[in-house]
Design a protein. Structure first.
Length: 352
């Protein structure tokens, strides 16, 4: 039986259209700004986000770290959620590459509010504290279970940041999920951030990359930071071509992934695992299996026996992520497996 891979939306394979576009891509030397396909991707991404310019990078992590390198100097602080990808899932890059330090805040399902962060903002006039260089938000929030910020929520954070002359950067690895789930344009969300990293290789299915977008001056500085990271590319149009296809053909179908995640979340709830259904807003299902008398590793092993792959997100936390390569039939099969696991635990607890 085929494997149903729900570990991440990063496991997707490029579509036939992407492969054809990559094969036929017109290329040049991107180091000289002469790759027409890279230029097309960057212009398209900037237009979608309502920003002046864009820069193609190989990953969302590089997008995040480039932004920190532009905004923050050594010993300065980046305010972010405590479970943000930029803080806990990028190998300590913020400290190692920029010399900056995260100031983690315990958000609600990964989301920050002005009330949480205002007292933490420090200026360079305060002699013994670290100056706040950047406020970072993640939309959607991975460890929050795929929760999204609304435009109104982002606007309040941006307004506060502007009062203190602090820029806002948005980790938009799954920004298109956030936009589709709310029935709005990406630009409506991006307008409340100074810059944003748009992910191409998650739900949109491109094999590689993200595009950092912002002002012309920001992108000029970002290109320097990308060079420092070894991210300068040459005939990168072969990769960028898939990104163009992703942005032009793969966005609207994300609603299907969200529907599949809702189906899975309800099946999880029926097993008596602990899940907050209100957080299942996009394509991520995060739940606690301790009520089933199991650890995450044990639960995942049971799924694996049924050819289903999932991610361990803590001692008791399991994550399922829907994407374009998981069909409705595979979702229905997974629901059946979850039901069997739930019934097995109910039976064992009854006989205990």
């Amino acid at each position: 039986m085929e494997i149903i891979d729900l570990r991440s939306d990063s496991v997707t394979k490029p579509t036939h259209g992407m492969r054809v576009a990559m094969f036929n891509a017109e290329v040049g030397d991107d180091g000289y700004g002469e790759d027409p396909t890279v230029n097309k991707l960057e212009e398209l991404a900037a237009q979608i986000a309502g920003k002046e310019e864009g820069m193609f990078v190989v990953s969302g992590t590089m997008a995040n770290q480039v932004a920190v390198m532009v905004y923050a100097r050594k010993c300065e602080t980046v305010i972010c959620d405590a479970s943000a990808h930029i803080c806990g899932s990028e190998g300590g890059a913020m400290a190692g590459l920029s010399g900056a330090q995260p100031l983690p805040v315990a958000g609600v399902h990964g989301k920050l509010t002005p009330e949480m962060i205002e007292d933490l903002i420090k200026s360079d006039r305060q002699r013994i504290v670290s100056r706040t260089a950047l406020i970072e938000v993640e939309n959607t929030h991975n460890r929050g279970g795929g929760t999204y910020y609304t435009p109104a929520e982002l606007e309040t954070i941006k307004r506060l940041a502007s009062q203190y002359s602090v820029p806002v950067y948005m980790d938009g690895a799954r920004i298109f999920n956030a936009a589709v789930a709310q029935g709005i344009a990406v630009e409506t969300l991006a307008q409340h951030a100074d810059s944003i990293g748009l992910g191409l290789n998650k739900g949109l299915g491109a094999p590689v990359g993200a595009v950092v977008v912002g002002t012309r001056d920001f992108i000029f500085q970002a290109r320097r930071a990308r060079t420092v990271l070894g991210g300068g590319m040459r005939q990168a149009g072969i990769l960028a071509a898939a990104g163009v296809v992703a942005l032009t053909t793969m966005v609207e179908r994300l609603a299907e992934d969200h529907m599949h995640a809702r189906i899975l979340s309800e099946a999880v709830a029926n097993t008596k695992a602990k899940i907050d259904l209100s957080t299942v807003q996009t394509n991520i299902v995060l739940f606690d299996v301790s009520p089933l008398g199991m650890k995450a590793a044990e639960f995942i092993e049971e799924l694996k026996k049924n050819n289903i792959r999932a991610s361990e997100y803590g001692k008791y936390l399991v994550r399922l992520v829907t994407h374009k390569d998981v069909s409705r039939a595979q979702i229905d099969y997974t629901v059946g497996v979850l039901a069997k696991l739930g019934n097995r635990q109910k039976t064992s607890q009854t006989h205990a």
